[in-house]
Design a protein around this ligand. Structure first.
Ligand code: HEC
Ligand code: HEC
Length: 276
């Protein structure tokens, strides 16, 4: 609905910014300003104004004009829209606790968060999505705090391909690292701690059912899963394992978790219940 509203606005010819003004939105931070190395990337007033305009049309109903997540329809949603004033983001390529890169935010806006009310804005012009990223950053003082930079972008290294050995090692690690405590022995999201978890905004949060592909908010590949183990999901109880597990073990674990979606081979004998 909001996307359509936007399309109409665009058709009416509101401020036509071109990609040239805004840099290449597919690159982190654009051509000249790389937020991984700079304190803050310089952003033109024009970009911020465009971002605000687009935000007001497409995001305010949920996230609110002040970015606190209290928009007019927020109360009707089953999940609270993110409060942008705290600068806490799940979907990142950066180390645990750090800010996301501009591209991480751009990516979230493009894909949306699956199985949440947060929609995809793929149809919005790339330069508008890019401008919104810059505008959202103004809600939190963290983005202009020089002590937050440079961001430490997690390197996914060399992928270890799945094999019976890798899956078996992954299963061992899954039990050892107490993933089961939250996600359940079979990954179904029903561990003993599952009903007790809250996020940093004091909202209840459920561990993902790892066997159900549509329960994943953003992991779309085994590489994404590896990345999540390395970055953690800021603001949620889902920790980073970058310190406690080697790269190799995180790959084995990622292979195991990814396989949970398609095979019941490595689940304990409860599989009968689900396949009947
Ligand atoms: C229909 C309601 C709705 C609309 C419209 C909406 N959002 Fe969201 N958004 C949400 C909800 C709910 C969440 C929290 C999801 C969660 O915590 O898993 C969220 C989360 C986010 C996040 C946080 C992602 C992360 O990594 O933690 C970003 C960024 C975001 N929205 C940006 C936007 C932008 C930009 C727009 C407008 C272009 C927008 N949203 C429009 C509901 C909405
Ligand atoms: C303290 C509880 C807790 C522990 C321990 C935990 N998780 Fe999670 N995990 C969560 C929660 C809560 C979420 C959902 C976050 C959200 O929806 O925003 C999650 C999300 C995930 C996701 C889904 C990301 C997506 O795309 O939505 C994966 C994969 C995952 N966890 C795997 C694991 C593995 C493997 C382990 C053990 C190495 C583990 N988790 C340990 C609580 C936990």
């Amino acid at each position: 609905m909001f996307i359509q509203t936007f399309t109409v606005a665009a058709a009416l010819g509101i401020a036509g910014l071109t990609a040239t003004h805004l840099g290449d939105p597919t690159r982190v931070g654009g051509p000249k300003d790389d937020p991984m190395t700079l304190t803050t990337a310089p952003v033109s007033q024009q970009t911020l104004e465009r971002g605000k305009e687009m935000f007001n049309v497409s995001c305010v109903p949920c996230h609110g004009a002040d970015g606190t997540g209290n928009g007019p329809i927020a109360a009707n949603l089953r999940m609270k829209p993110r409060d942008f004033t705290r600068g806490i983001y799940l979907n990142r390529s950066t180390a645990s606790g750090e800010l996301p890169t501009d591209y991480d935010m751009y990516h979230t806006i493009t894909t949306g968060l699956h199985d949440t009310p947060m929609p995809s804005f793929r149809q919005m012009r790339p330069e508008d999505r890019w401008a919104i990223v810059q505008y959202i950053k103004t809600f939190s003082p963290r983005f202009t705090d020089s002590t937050e930079y440079p961001l430490d972008v997690v390197n996914v290294g060399i992928e270890i391909l799945s094999s019976p050995q890798s899956l078996a090692r992954g299963r061992t690690l899954y039990l050892q690292m107490q993933c089961a405590n939250c996600h359940g022995v079979n990954g179904e999201g029903n561990g003993p701690a599952a009903g007790t978890l809250t996020d940093d905004f004091r909202n209840q949060i459920l561990p993902t059912n790892l066997t159900n592909p549509s329960d994943y908010k953003f992991a779309r590949s085994v590489v994404d899963v590896f990345r999540i183990f390395s970055t953690g999901l800021n603001g949620t109880p889902m920790p980073s394992f970058a310190q406690s597990l080697s790269d190799t073990d995180r790959w084995h674990l990622a292979n195991y978790v990814w396989a949970l979606q398609s095979t019941d081979q490595y689940m304990d004998n409860q599989t009968e219940n689900t396949t009947k």
